[in-house]
Design a binder for this molecule. Structure first.
Ligand code: PEP
Ligand code: MG
Length: 895
């Protein structure tokens, strides 16, 4: 191969941007990371972006493949890009007169706020600091230098943050200073000496002076941070594959901390909490980028309107720098139109000149996502289909849950920033490990912290809501809480939080660990006690978006419900039928359980029939009520499924009580309970096996169904469509026998009432054998409903009740990608579903196929069901809208 051919074959690792042009663009997110791709795009749009270059995610992948080494061709490409950057910036790296300083940042395909490392002010050393001092003043230059040593020492060299904090604290104490602002240039010089000594002491070698060594150190640290623990946890929680890798962006520094004409801030093109079309954001005068998001100083609102809305006394950017504000609003408008979505912007003002440091699609609450999507359709910016895709199905959950009731009594402890909406009640905890431990035990907790950091991710995830004393609307706590859908109140400065003692004090009151509080993320209030909640509003924007979703989807959505209350809720949420009405719960009613027990304890069929005759009217009314609510929508009713021993008393005490009240001899009761005891109830005498051995039970249930259907059809004059479902079938013969029982009962009821109506008999496919036998079973089944709860247990050999002991470890080790009881395991259970669907259809082309396991409400599993050509999914009432939206996404994404 000639040299030229080799050169063209060489992979491009580095992409430059700046000076009105760029090698990359927004569509190259996978390669350049979100930040790098969007910086390139902004540069191309002619927006004021400091020049720089991005080292691609492919380098990250290669770095780990080569055991933390770089491809040979990387270094020369970085050299070239650096030269270009120097030319664009008009400064030179390491130049003592006019030094180029850079930031080095991570940037993955998906945003991972605060998870990976960043280094600012890189390029400073004993020589270049003088150049900076000449230009920007001594104090500023030496403050920047010590910040750099601190950040680099921590992020790249691995020294503890505290090491530097202690040096500074001791120094300030000795000099009797309260604030950093009291430190002079001479003080910072002294601090720098001490910082460098600390590095020398810890590492046995000096702090690097050569800017190029510094640069390579920082690049490696960023790539290395892809595999740090908190980034790994974040990716697991957010379904980000480890293979994606991060890019590294090296960019010319601009300084927001060069005095009163400099500033730094974060803005959103619309309100990310509510979706309202207002310019939203905050900023700090004379501060460096990280100060805003770190939450150490509480920033000021960006506009006059925001300042008024928040009753802030701080001067807004609009007032402090009107020209810059105007330019920023213009940039925001350009970017929102260009990307056709709400943008999250980072900017810096250096001596009255605006620079854009980042733009990305803004994270938003579910409420905001909904409003934004609907508004943007009305504004003609996006189509209805795009609007549907803008709302994540899982996010919808936030809109379906309660907020604080308007008429609730509010005992307000403190009013602070409404950082993430929704309301929650829980016990106060002050540290993340404890929050996680308590939540594991089912306790609702509210995490209260002075401020949060990426180390708190697991605690924030476990908590129902988060409260912080420090930080603004774009602090770590606020951004992460909004992403996770947790209510959050930030910047509650009036609150004195003592994390160690487990107490916070506010307005003369004391709240201890374990006390119950309520957090209202919409108003920013923290309230004492458990406050009354309000049900969600399903009209307006929600209803419009769901209409668009319904138009887009082909998969139907039914519900699993057996009580009238659940059934009504599900209909309100848009359920198009019942996919699973479990009948066993109806047997536990206080009035009925004694009759159920006498049925079980009867020694003969006659005795059982006598008891069943008493149960019949109850069951009939149960079904009639459900048919009335469901109208002409189809209702799948499953005949009795659990083993009979579940209905008998278990303890000696309960046995004695039942014996006394039923008049059955206690010894008989005990003997019968002993006979019915199952060593493995999940695999025992249950489902259709009960129907085969006690056909009179199924007969009674079928009679109740048909009598109720005839009755309600008569009342309403409309068709009622019962679908009778036989559980736990493994062979065709089982279904054949039980279908006969159901058909005979139907015939008898129709003859007695002089009416007929359409009905179906079908089965659940919830055993691997049933899936394999689906071709034969379909001869007698008008429908299959995949019972993926049992199918997961029996295919994977995992008991759902005991899975908690090891599933987390399995997920952590990557043995399972996700909890198989939540998301269909595609190379096991999913394969059986596909196979059974295929075999069932081969026998009966019009067989109805649906799913009624918990997976029916999981967006990824809904997509799988869509792709497998099922007719419907069925899920719990609260998940019906999620399934509707997920089905729409699946349809829109598949074409
Ligand atoms: C199933 O097994 O998936 C199912 C829906 O039935 P149950 O959860 O009642 O066993
Ligand atoms: Mg089951």
């Amino acid at each position: 191969m000639s040299e030229i051919a080799m050169a063209t074959a060489e992979e491009t690792w580095v992409y430059s941007f700046g000076g009105g042009s760029a090698d990359g663009e927004a569509s190259m997110k996978n390669l350049l990371g979100g930040k790098g791709a969007n910086l390139a795009e902004m540069a191309k749009l002619g927006l004021p972006v400091p020049p720089g270059f991005t080292i691609s995610t492919a380098v990250c992948t290669a770095f780990y493949e080569l055991d933390r080494k770089y491809p040979d061709t990387l270094a020369p490409q970085v050299e070239t890009a650096l030269a270009k950057l120097e030319a664009n910036a008009g400064k030179t790296f390491g130049d003592p007169e006019n030094p180029l300083l850079v930031s080095v940042r991570s940037g993955a395909r998906a945003s991972m706020p605060g998870m990976m490392d960043t280094v600012l002010n890189l390029g400073l050393n004993e020589e270049t600091v003088k150049g900076l001092a000449a230009k920007a003043g001594e104090r500023f230059a030496y403050d920047s230098y010590r910040r750099f040593i601190q950040m680099y020492g921590n992020v790249v060299l691995g020294l503890k943050h505290d090491t530097f904090e202690h040096i500074l604290d001791d120094y300030k104490e000795r000099e009797e200073y309260d604030l950093d602002t009291e430190m002079t240039a001479e003080d910072w010089k002294e601090i720098i000496v001490q910082y460098k000594q600390a590095v020398q002491d810890a590492l046995g070698k000096p702090f690097p002076e050569d800017p190029k060594d510094q640069l390579w150190g920082a690049i490696s640290a960023v790539f290395g941070s892809w595999m740090n623990d908190r980034a790994i946890v974040y990716r697991r929680l957010n379904d980000i594959p480890h293979e994606w890798g991060t890019a590294v962006t090296v960019q010319s520094m601009v300084f927001g901390n060069m005095g009163e004409t400099s500033a730094t801030g974060v803005a959103f093109t619309r309100d990310p909490s509510t979706g309202e079309n207002i310019f939203y954001g905050e900023f700090l005068i004379n501060a460096q980028g990280e100060d805003v998001v770190a939450g150490i100083r509480t920033p000021a609102p960006i506009s006059k309107a925001r300042a008024e809305a928040l009753s802030s006394e701080e001067q807004s950017l609009e007032e402090a720098m009107p020209e810059v504000f105007k330019q920023l609003v213009g940039v925001a408008e350009t970017l929102e139109k260009h990307y056709r979505d709400m943008q999250d912007l980072e900017f810096t003002v250096e001596e009255s000149k605006l620079y854009m440091l980042q733009t990305r699609t803004g994270k938003r609450t579910a409420a905001a996502a909904l409003k934004l999507a609907v508004d943007m359709v009305d504004e003609g910016l996006i189509s209805e289909e795009e609007a549907v895709l803008r709302l994540e199905p899982a996010q919808l959950d936030q809109l379906l849950h309660p907020t604080i009731a308007e008429d609730a009594v509010r005992d307000v402890l403190v009013q602070a920033l409404p950082a993430s909406p929704g309301a929650a009640v829980g016990e106060v905890v002050f540290n993340s490990d404890e929050a996680a431990a308590l939540a594991e035990r089912g306790v609702d907790v509210i995490l209260v912290r002075i401020e949060t950091s990426p180390e708190d991710i697991h605690g924030m995830h476990a908590a129902r809501a988060i409260v912080t004393a420090r930080g603004g609307m774009t602090s770590h706590a606020a951004v992460v809480a909004r992403g996770m859908g947790r209510p959050c109140v930030c910047g509650a400065g009036a609150m004195h939080v003592d994390e160690t003692a487990g107490v916070f004090r506010v307005a003369g009151r004391e709240v201890n660990k374990g006390d119950i509080i309520t957090v209202d993320g919409a108003s920013g209030e923290v309230l004492m006690g458990a406050v009354k909640m309000r049900q969600p509003d399903l009209s307006g924007d929600f209803a419009r978006l769901m209409t668009w979703a319904d138009r887009a989807r082909t998969l139907k959505v039914r519900t699993n419900a057996e009580t009238p209350a659940d059934t009504r809720t599900a209909v309100e949420f848009g359920a198009e039928g019942i996919g699973l009405c479990r009948t066993e719960h109806m047997f536990f009613d206080a009035e009925r359980i004694p009759v159920v027990r006498s049925m079980i304890l009867a020694e003969s069929e006659t005795g059982r029939r006598a008891a069943l005759d008493k149960l019949l009217p109850f069951q009939r009314e149960d079904f009639a009520e459900i048919f009335r609510i469901m109208g002409e929508r189809p209702c799948t009713i499953r005949l009795l499924d659990p083993p009979l021993h579940e209905f008998l008393p278990h303890t000696d005490e309960d046995m004695a009580a039942v014996a006394a009240s039923s008049g059955v001899d206690i010894d008989i009761l005990k003997r019968r309970a002993g006979e019915l005891h199952e060593s493995n109830p999940m695999l025992g005498h249950r489902g259709c096996r009960l129907g085969i051995t006690y056909p009179e039970i199924y007969e009674m249930q079928a009679r109740a169904i048909f009598e109720a259907a005839v009755q309600v059809a008569g009342e309403t004059g409309k068709g009622v469509v019962p679908e009778v479902m036989i559980p736990l079938v493994a062979t065709h013969k089982e279904l054949q026998i039980l279908k006969q029982v159901v058909d005979n009962t139907a015939r008898a009821v129709f003859a007695e009432t002089g009416t007929t109506l359409d009905y179906l008999v079908g089965t659940m496919i919830e055993l691997p054998r049933a899936a394999l036998q689906a071709g034969e079973i379909a001869q007698s089944a008008a429908f299959f409903s995949f019972g993926t709860n049992d199918l997961t247990q029996t295919t994977l050999g995992i008991s759902r009740d005991d899975a908690g002991r090891f599933l987390k470890a399995y997920e952590d080790l990557g043995i399972y990608e996700k909890d198989p009881f939540v998301t269909l395991d595609q190379s096991g259970v999913g394969e059986l579903v596909r196979l059974a669907a295929e075999r069932g259809r081969a026998t009966r082309s019009d067989i109805k196929l649906g799913i009624c396991g918990e997976h029916g409400g999981d967006p990824a599993s809904v997509a799988f069901c869509h792709e497998s050509g099922l007719e419907y999914v069925s899920c719990s009432p609260y998940r019906v809208p999620i399934a509707r939206l997920a089905a729409a996404h699946a349809a829109l994404k598949s074409g």
